[in-house]
Design a protein around this ligand. Structure first.
Ligand code: PA5
Length: 449
């Protein structure tokens, strides 16, 4: 079977070949240090090798555990934020029918998300829908204390209790959290929820191939076995036995950092399948939260073509030349649809009559790449043969490895996120959370500025 492919040829002539050569040794060292565990944040390297070490066994356990939940749910509400949300959403959105909500029954419950915002309208509307449907809740929080999912979970728990009574409501909850600590773990034990653990040594944004992603993805009726197989394959491809030059994760990390050092501070991930919108969101979180610290890091942005060619396309073509673009394309679609011929060619489309839509899409992709390149945008290109669980598994592991090496090249700890605390501290002070009262007056006064 073919693997994911990376092409970095179109970063030239924007940076000279010597710039790549001169970063080779440094990147080899970073990769070697990553393999040895000699890296800042080394206590969070549990994602490395997780698919082959534990993934297959975990996938079996997940399938067995979720069966009774799947049977009784029309709707599964997955409650989490950041790394406890985006991975599952990415895989489910990428592989679901584009009109799943209109299509009705397909045997699997519909998966929806909560706890990734604090919108009163959003959650009220969700409860309105849940009133009419049978539902189960999967609550995911490694720390077990994150405010957004905690609020949503409290409201959803109340909904379940009122609807099903105390005992049955507990049987409709799966909690995924720290193996032994935190408020959610304590509650799960007291209330006897079904539980899975987030390994201590795996950070949120690197956790999609653990129970954090596997449980919701399996509940959506997708194959977590194939997802894990794809990730295992990329473990091999990016492993110690592969020559550096054949390791796509290392080469991607090298290329994007060579561009960054040449002044290209923004990377735009361009996806071309509408279902891949959330892949861009997951990727932005992975790289943004991992690299954006100590006043450094490539700014990750994402677009979805061809829709965004009619908005951001203008900037990318002719705006400031401080960016580069990474195309993520899929070679073959799942379905087949031909453009019909019409006797009277009033819309002028007969020149492509009889062609598959995917052929037109390919030409749009290639045309865009060349136009952007000619407009001064260095290009990286990642291709997968098909959009399915196996190749999403490859992509996820590919980007996780790349992100670790890239963070090392940037010179930061890729596995922490100290900056996320700043907004929380202000919000807690404004809400008079116990322990934050002393800051409340000062911060409330600043709101009047
Ligand atoms: O990548 C990360 O570590 C974060 O994005 C977390 O996943 C996010 O803050 C949610 O944290 P928790 O799972 O503890 O609720």
């Amino acid at each position: 079977m073919e693997d994911l492919k990376l092409n970095i040829n179109r970063i030239h002539p924007f940076i000279p070949r010597t710039a790549i050569e001169s970063m080779m040794d440094e990147t080899v060292r970073c990769l070697d240090d990553l393999h040895k565990g000699n890296v800042k944040g080394s206590e969070f390297l549990g994602w490395r090798g997780f698919p082959s070490r534990e993934g297959r066994e975990l996938a079996d356990l997940v399938e067995q555990t979720i069966e009774p939940f799947r049977e009784k749910a029309d709707i599964v509400v997955v409650t989490g934020i950041g790394g406890s949300y985006l991975g599952a959403r990415t895989v489910i959105d990428s592989l679901s029918h584009s009109f799943a909500s209109l299509k009705g029954e397909n045997g699997a419950p519909q998966v929806v998300f909560a706890g990734h915002n604090i919108s009163e309208d959003y959650l009220s509307e969700l409860i309105e829908i849940l009133n009419e449907k049978s539902c189960v809740v999967v609550v995911i929080s490694k720390s077990g204390t994150t405010t957004e999912p905690a609020i949503a979970f409290r409201i959803l728990r109340n909904h379940l209790k009122m609807k099903y009574g105390a005992l049955e409501s507990r049987r409709r909850i799966i909690a995924i959290t720290d193996p032994s600590e935190g408020a959610l773990r304590r509650m799960a034990e007291e209330e006897e929820f079904s539980t899975f653990s987030v390994p201590r040594d795996v950070g949120g944004r690197f956790s999609v191939l653990t129970a954090v992603g596997l449980v919701p993805i399996a509940l959506a009726g997708l194959s977590i076995e194939k997802l894990i197989e794809g990730a295992c394959r990329l473990e091999e491809v990016t492993g110690r036995d592969t020559a550096f030059i054949d390791n796509p994760s290392a080469m991607y990390a090298l290329a994007r950092n060579a561009l960054y050092r040449a002044g290209k501070k923004i990377e735009i991930l361009a996806t071309t399948h509408p279902g891949m919108f959330y892949f861009g969101e997951w990727w932005k979180q992975l790289f943004g939260e991992s690299e954006g610290k100590d006043n450094r890091g490539i700014f990750p942005a994402a677009v979805n073509y061809t829709a965004d060619l009619h908005s951001m396309g203008q900037y990318i073509q002719e705006g400031e030349r401080h960016l580069f673009e990474t195309f993520l394309t899929i070679n073959s679609p799942d379905r087949r649809l031909l453009i019909p011929r019409e006797e009277i060619d009033s819309d002028g489309l007969n020149y492509i009559a009889g062609k598959r839509m995917s052929h037109v899409q390919k030409m749009a992709e290639s045309g865009t790449m060349l136009a952007h390149y000619d407009g001064g945008v260095p290009l990286l290109h990642i291709e997968i043969p098909l959009l399915n669980e196996y190749y999403l598994g490859q992509l996820i592991y590919f980007f996780e490895m790349s992100c670790a090496v890239s963070g090392m090249l940037v010179g930061v700890n890729p596995f922490d996120q100290p900056g996320v605390e700043a907004y929380k501290n202000n919000m807690f002070a404004l809400l008079n959370k116990p322990g934050f009262e002393s800051r409340s007056g000062k911060i409330s006064a600043r709101l009047k500025d």
